[in-house]
Design a protein. Sequence first.
Length: 318
Amino acid sequence: MAFLSCLAWLYVAGRLWQDAQTRMILSGLLEKNSGNLPKVLSVEDKLRNLGCIGIGRKIAEAEMDLTKAKSEGYLRGNGTAATGGSDKKKLLAVIGVYTGFGSRLKRNVFRGSWMPRGDALKKLEDKGVVIRFVIGRSANRGDSLDRNIDEENHRTKDFLILESHEEAAEELPSKVKFFFSAAIEAWDAEFYVKVDDNINLDLAGLIEMLEGRRGSQGLYMGCMKSGAVVSEEGQQWYEPEWWKFGDSKTYFRHASGALFILSNNLARYININSASLQSYAHDDISVGSWMMGLNSTYVDDDRLCCGSSRQEKVCSQA
C-alpha cells in the first residue's frame, strides 16, 4: 500500500513538473514576440491591400466627368460620328415635320410648296439643312400602314421613321422624345426644329433666323405661351397630371407645339435622359417642363407665332 502511494506521488509530481515547464516555454515565447503583435487593419488598409483604393478613386473621377459631360449635353459615343468625322462642318438645322399614316395628301402639298424634293432636297442638305417627315410604326408591325410608308420613303427619301415609337394619337406626347433622340443620333446639327403638319414654313426666313444664332447653346426658341390646365376628364386638352400644376391650374411658360427649336446640347440632353423624363398630355408641355430644370435660355420670338398676323413671321397655318 505504501508502495502504491509512492508511485502515485511520483506521477503527480512529474505532471506538475511538465506543466511548469510548458508554462515557462509559453511565457518565454510571449515575451519574445510581445513586440510583434499582429496589427489590426482598418477597412481602408484592407481596401488598399486589395488594390481597391485606386479603383474607387477612378470610379469617383469617372462619375464626376460623366456629370460634367451630361451638363454640357454629351452624346453617347462619338459626337461627330453622325456627320462622318470631325472635319465636317456641323449642320445648321434638322427640321422634323410631324406626320401620320393618313396624311399623305398633306405631305404631297408640302413637297409641292415650301419643302424641296429630290435633288433640291439633297442640295439643301449639302448646305446644312435637313428636312424629314417624322413618323413612328404601326401598332401591327409590318402591316399595310408600315408598308405604304416604306414604299413612299423609298421613292421620296424624306422620312425619319421612329422604329421604337408607336404612331397613335395617345402616344403623341412621347413622340417628341423619340424624334429628338433619333435626329441627334443621325445628324450633328446646331438646331433641331419640331414642326406640326398643319404649318407652312418660310424656309429662307427660318434659315436666316437660325444662321444668326449659329454657335449658341442652351437655346429654347418658340412662340412662348401659358394657359389653363384642363382637369375635367373627357374635355379637349385634358391633362391627367393636372394636380401637379398647383391650385391655380395654370401651365408654366412654354413654346407652342406648332413650331419650336432646341439647340444641340438641349436635344442631346433629351436623348440621354429620355427614359427618366416625365411626359404630360401634350408634347409642348412636356418639353417645357424639361427645359425648366435646365440652364436654358428662353427665346420668345413672335416670328415663330404661326397663328399671328405679323407679316415677318417664318411660319403660318396651312
